[in-house]
Structure formats: C-alpha cells, structure tokens
Design a protein around this ligand. Structure first.
Ligand SMILES: Cc1ncc(COP(=O)(O)O)c(C=O)c1O
Length: 384
C-alpha cells in the first residue's frame, strides 16, 4: 500500500486542480507549471521517526509522490554532505559558511534528485519514452534513471556541451541530439519530434515531479542543522532547486516542524544571461526572456527563459533575498577558490555561488555571523 500523501496537482499560476493518478505536463488552461499537493492532515510521521530512517531521497516518503515510497528504486541519490567551509569561510569573512555538495549525487550533479523522482513516477504511470532539452547535467541524470526504470530517453542538447557530459548521457543509453544554440533552441528543435513520437516531456517544470525530488534538498538542510540556515545561495537556471526548497519549507511549516521563518534566498546567475536578476532589479513579477545569452562555462546557467520565473521571484521577495549576476572571470575565480581552500572540484555553477558570496559580503549584504549555505550543484570533472 502506498504511503504517499499525494492528493492532487494544482497549477502554480491559476490554481486549477488536476488528479494525480495520470500523467500531466503543464496546465492545459494557462500553461503554468503543475505542483504536487499533499494531504498534510493525513498520517504524517513525526520528526523523531523520520530521523531514525535511513538518510536519502526517500526518507520522508509520505511527502514524496511515488507509490513505491521507501521501496522506490534508487541509485543512492540525496543525503549529500553539508560541510563547514573552513578556510573558504575564513577567507570570505563568513565563518559560518556551509557547502552542500551536490556533486556527490549519482551522475555527479543535483539533477539526479529531480530525475529520480520524475522517472520513478513516470514509470508508475506507464510512460515508456521521455524527452527533454537539457543544458547538460539533466540529460545525463535522465539517461541514468531511464535505464533504472526501463524508460527510453531522448535528450536535445546544445552542441557545445562538454564532452564528458555527452559521453555520460550516451553511455547510459540516452539518445542524444545536438542542437546549435542554447537550451531554448534545443527545446524548439525537440517540440515537433516529441509531438510526432508521443514522447512524454520531462523539461524543467513541464511535469510536476522533478520539483518533488529537488525539494528534498530543503528537507535535508533542516535534518542536518535542526533548523534552517539564515541564507541560501543557489545557482539559478530554470530554478527548480530554489522553487523546490521553498516548497519544502512551506511543507515543513504545515507539518508544524518550523514556524514562519525562512532563509533569505539568493539567485545567482551569470552576467551574460541574467533574466531573473534583471526582473528582480526591475521589481517585476515575471522575467522577460534574455536575448542572445552569452556563452559561459556555467552551462546550467545559460537559460534565457524560466517557466517558473514568477515562483523564483516570489520566493526571493518573500524571503527578503536577492538576485546577483557574476562575470565569467569571477565564477572561474570562485571555482579556483573552492578548489584551493577545500580540495573540492566544483562545477562552474558552484564557483558562481562562491563569487556571489564574496561580492555580497563585500557589499555588506551578508554579515559575518550569518549561517550561509552555498550549493555546489555539480562536479568540475564534467566540464573539461
Ligand atoms: C551544475 C548545475 N547547476 C545549476 C543548474 C541550474 O539548475 P536549475 O535549472 O534547476 O536552476 C544546472 C542546470 O543545468 C546545472 O547543471
């Protein structure tokens, strides 16, 4: 019997409600992203019970979407380390700096979390073939979990994606199509084939369950610290991690495990593609698509348009957070700083977060006594 308290899906934009026992992409009425909603007055476990369970992505399976719950097949994703940033923290003037090292997930990036949840649910609902445009890491993760669940995976990906990521995706059985341009171009190239072949789309926020996998990062911060940190810095492309953690905090509050307090959320982007930063600075509740995104080594941040822009901006404002863009040289220097002070080969996206922390500390936005969590979302070895 399922332990999931999943009750229905609701559109994040127009609040229309849909049943959760069949596959859905975006809201048919307004094209907004659908979000999983749980019966939070159901049989919720206590924090004490949950902490006794084995750490991992399915630890709080009542608030996961799969019917398999704790028995859902896994590649060991989640339960990534949250460690003190020691010498890096000292150098940045942030003695309470922590790093959540998502590079230690299967396929070496946090994309494993979303794909673990989405692919497991897709398999439960009878999906045989999926497709997605990817900036890189999502494609590799999709291929891995497609193999685990016996689902065919089609990935449309920019042709300048680093070779190790392409190799990983192919080695895991993903069918790769290279596209000139950025992830939006990949998405446009994919659309007619998805329709023609009946592939189910796993594009960011085009289905509800990748978000459910990503939200577990928020639960884990709470398990590890016994409270939430003061500030979270997150490298933002489509923003699923940030939106997911924000959702996790709301669910923790609904369970009575935390109060109304929230970490200040910070979106980190690159100067050559910063739609969220621009919208935040303009006071807008949605982001205009970024025209001509520049090439960057932080491939995951070259996302000109985010379907969940309004959800990201809402979380930034409600948390009294901010959005900041860093230059290419700043993010490379950030990666170098992580490597030389912590012995950690971060993704350029993780380097961008280090650069942002440094800038925000210099500007006095971050204060020395604050507990600050910085996400390293992938492994540097994938970017050769
Ligand atoms: C390493 C890495 N960090 C950050 C991101 C951005 O993630 P999101 O699209 O969830 O904001 C990506 C996306 O591809 C990524 O691969």
């Amino acid at each position: 019997m399922t332990t999931s308290l999943l009750h229905h899906l609701a559109c994040g934009k127009c609040d229309a409600i849909y049943p959760c026992n069949r596959i859905h992409n975006c809201c048919p009425q307004c094209k907004g992203p659908l979000l999983a909603r749980y019966d939070l007055v159901g049989a919720l476990p206590t924090l004490r019970e949950v902490l006794k369970r084995r750490p991992g992505q399915n630890r709080l399976h009542e608030l996961g979407a799969t019917e398999g719950g704790a028995q859902t097949p896994t590649l060991g994703e989640g339960a990534t380390p949250l460690f003190s940033a020691g010498r890096l923290g000292t150098q940045l003037g942030l003695p309470n700096l922590l790093i959540k090292d998502e590079a230690q997930n299967p396929t070496n990036s946090f994309k494993a979390r979303g794909m673990a949840a989405a692919m497991a649910r897709a398999a439960e609902l009878g999906v045989k073939a999926v497709c997605l445009p990817s900036a890189g890491n999502a494609g590799g993760a999709a291929a891995a979990y497609g193999a685990l669940h016996g689902i065919e995976v089609h990935v449309y990906i920019p042709d300048n994606t680093p070779a190790p990521i392409l190799h990983e995706t192919r080695a895991l059985g993903g069918k790769v199509k290279l596209v000139q341009g950025d992830i939006s171009d990949a998405s446009a190239a994919l659309a007619p084939f998805a329709l023609k072949n009946g592939w189910f789309s796993l594009a960011t926020l085009h289905e509800p369950y990748r978000l459910e996998g990503k939200k577990v990062m928020g639960f884990e911060l709470f398990y590890d610290l016994g409270k939430l940190p003061d500030v979270i810095l997150y490298p933002t492309g489509g923003g699923t991690g940030l939106i997911g953690m924000w959702k996790a905090f709301d669910e923790l509050q609904s369970m009575g495990w935390i109060g109304a307090e929230r970490p200040r959320m910070v979106s980190v982007q690159v100067a050559g593609c910063a739609p969220i930063v621009h919208a935040f600075e303009q006071g807008s509740d949605h982001a205009e698509p970024w025209k001509s995104p520049e090439r960057t080594s932080a491939f995951g941040l070259r996302v000109p348009r985010a379907l969940g822009d309004f959800l990201i901006l809402d979380a930034l404002r409600k948390s009294r957070g901010t959005a900041i863009a860093v230059t290419e040289s700043e993010l490379l220097e950030g990666s170098h700083l992580i490597a030389s002070t912590l012995g950690l080969q971060s993704s350029p996206e993780g380097g961008a977060c280090v650069a942002a922390a440094q800038l925000l500390r210099q500007r006095g936005w971050l204060q020395s006594e604050q507990s600050v969590v910085l996400f390293n979302t992938g492994h540097g070895a994938k970017y050769v």
